[in-house]
Design a protein. Structure first.
Length: 234
């Protein structure tokens, strides 16, 4: 038996990659074709974007909690959210959540410390990189961090929202992220957080100037580990 994973989704591509990773990599822990029970719920991305645009974190939390309650009724044992941006609403979510959560930035920051990195570049939507979602968790692990410049935030956020979440992957988008990550390397970063769950669809260790911390897959693997070990009592 394993614990039932509930996925509070936001954008389709990131949620799909997280779900696929859980299902495909489950076999390494559980045997051929095996993976934990998984349920996923999402509200319309437009509903999230409308609330993010007006800075309504409480409104974002209402959507997340709506999904959380539906997943609890579906039998989930714990929750994950494969969307970095809406983690800025977690302070509103956790006091009212029916189930425990894994926090994506905590998972990524812990992995960075384990790998011995010292200074992390943060990439993602403007909503995400303007927030304290990653700085707080990175500093808690004793590491330093660097945000993109204002211009870079605009460029990368446009690519994420106008291209990646729409399943459009272009050479120009890749080149923009490579340029941003190259500057972060020049500024002393020794790794970069792919802090939008769609960024791993175009960036990886093979084409990035810096080692990457793939938030989507790291969260999926942490959920797999929790599902298996918690059920076994280890």
């Amino acid at each position: 038996m394993t614990q039932h994973i509930g996925i509070v989704a936001c954008s389709a591509e990131g949620a799909a990659l997280c779900y696929k990773t859980i299902c495909v990599e489950g076999a390494a822990l559980m045997g051929p074709h095996a993976h934990p029970e998984v349920s996923l719920h999402t509200h319309s991305l437009a509903d999230y974007v409308e609330r993010l645009d007006r800075g309504d974190r409480a409104g974002v939390a209402e959507l997340m909690l709506s999904s959380a309650n539906k997943l609890a009724r579906a039998g989930a044992d714990f929750l994950i959210c494969p969307d970095n941006t809406i983690h800025q609403a977690m302070s509103f979510v956790l006091p009212h959540s029916p189930l425990p959560w894994l926090h994506i930035a905590e998972v990524v920051a812990a992995e960075a410390r384990t790998r011995g990195y010292r200074k992390l570049g943060i990439t993602g939507t403007r909503w995400l990189v303007d927030s304290e979602v990653y700085p707080e968790k990175i500093e808690a692990e004793g590491l330093a961090w660097l945000r993109p410049t204002e211009t870079e935030r605009d460029e990368t956020s446009r690519i994420i929202m106008d291209e990646l979440v729409q399943s459009r992957f272009t050479p120009q988008g890749i080149a923009t992220f490579q340029r941003v990550m190259g500057r972060m390397k020049e500024q002393g970063c020794d790794a970069v957080v792919l802090g939008c769950t769609e960024i791993p669809l175009i960036m990886n260790d093979g084409n990035s100037p810096l080692p990457t911390l793939d938030s989507t897959r790291l969260l999926a693997r942490a959920a797999l580990k929790r599902s298996v070990t918690a059920a076994s009592g280890r």
